[in-house]
Design a protein. Structure first.
Length: 113
C-alpha cells in the first residue's frame, strides 16, 4: 500500500480554533469546512477522491494519507481533548470507509510522542 506523508505542525495547535486552522490550511479543506470533527471526518474520508473537492491534498485510490503529527507529545500535553479526538476520528474515517467496502485511507505518525 502506497502512502503520502503530510507534516502537520502540531506545535501550532493550542485549542480547537487552531486545530481546525492547521488542518484546513495544511490539507486544503474547502472554505465551507464546518470546523468541527464531523466536518473533519467528512473531509478526510474523501482524500482519495480528487473530484470531491473536500481537500487539496489527495492520494490515489488504494493509497494512504499518513499525517505526521509533529510535537505529538506536546500536543497531547497541551490539548488532550484535541489529541484524543484526532486519534478517535482518524479511526472513524477508516471505519466508515470499511463499512462501505473501501480501504482505509488515513494513518497517523506521532512524531515526538
Amino acid at each position: 500500500m502506497d502512502a503520502m506523508i503530510v507534516s502537520i505542525p502540531g506545535e501550532h495547535i493550542v485549542d480547537w480554533d487552531s486545530f481546525h486552522d492547521v488542518f484546513q490550511q495544511t490539507l486544503g479543506f474547502p472554505s465551507f469546512y464546518g470546523r468541527n470533527m464531523d466536518a473533519w471526518i467528512d473531509c478526510m474520508t474523501c482524500v482519495d477522491d480528487a473530484d470531491d473537492g473536500m481537500s487539496a491534498i489527495t492520494v490515489p485510490i488504494g493509497a494512504v494519507l499518513a499525517l505526521q503529527i509533529n510535537d505529538a507529545r506536546g500536543l497531547r500535553r497541551r490539548c488532550p481533548e484535541q489529541y484524543d479526538a484526532l486519534l478517535e476520528c482518524s479511526a472513524s474515517v477508516n471505519y466508515r470507509r470499511r463499512e462501505k467496502g473501501l480501504l482505509p485511507v488515513v494513518a497517523l505518525i506521532l512524531s515526538g510522542a
